[in-house]
Design a binder for this molecule. Sequence first.
Ligand SMILES: [Zn+2]
Length: 348
Amino acid sequence: MPAADTPPSRRAAGPGIEGTTNAMDLAAAPKIELHSHLDCCLSFEAAHRIEPSITREHYDRNFVAPPRCPSLADYLAYTMNYRRLLQSERALRIAVADVFAQMAADGIVYAELRFAPLIHTESGAMSADEVVACVSEETVRQIAATGVEATLILCTLRDYSAEQSIETARLVERHAKSGPVAGMDIAGDEIAYPLKVHAPAFDFVREAGLGITVHAGEAGGPESVHEALDVTGTTRIGHGVRSVEDPELVARLAESGVHLEMCPTCNVQTSAVESYESHPVDRLRRAGVRVGISTDTRAVTDVRLRQEYERLAATFGWTSGDFAQVNRNALDAAFATPEVKARIATII
Ligand SMILES: [Zn+2]
């Protein structure tokens, strides 16, 4: 459906976000988050548990990026510290349990966590299959323990070869049969590495009936969003902030119902936008584009989804009805099973 609004007839009754009026209510209100990088959400406590030599001071200096980085490359340097830590089954299980605890405290009722399996094989301690198997198993355990429903998205990277992307696509297909894996994403440098080389991997995932989302329109311009739509047939774009520069693209997104997973605080941090006030999330939504709100990297950005909601309310005057709508948009775009979607619809 092209319009950003979900018809009233499809709105579920229940203790959802509509009717909430203040920050306390927004904190407790049920929320959906589709764009969250598992490997960039590690709290100090979890990082210290994995590597006891990490002090609070070291963590604050090396794991949390400043609110405004000169460039995406500067921001990405912080993510490398998480990558080095998450090279064992024990570390990955701690990371999964840690992010579920954070999400439960943040009022998240449904989340999609993404990670790049091949990154976690770099020390040679695990195979990619073992990485996905242990994250899947711990995710199932944490869903049961916390009540936060979730699926997993496996990422390939733009600088990977076609073979590495195909390997990731096969991991998606194999692990979707037995666990919470539901789709594939691609992240990385949008300007230096075109998507075409990865097209066969996305074809494979699409033909397997699984979900596709693509990071685009963050560092790259509107052409990177057009490219993502044309090359992968994606139904979702990670960020897509620079779509606003091209009225034809905005119309294309609105008409096709493509969902934008928007993460405003992170976009300010990576210098994708000048300021929170100039972020196009409100303009795109008013133009009929279906947007949802996520944190992207809870630890690197040092943000919770409730804080993101508070900033949107303060900056753009969003009300509880607006937050309810972005949550419905996210649920419509989610890679969850129809059964899970139906259940979550009763509580948002
Ligand atoms: Zn991202």
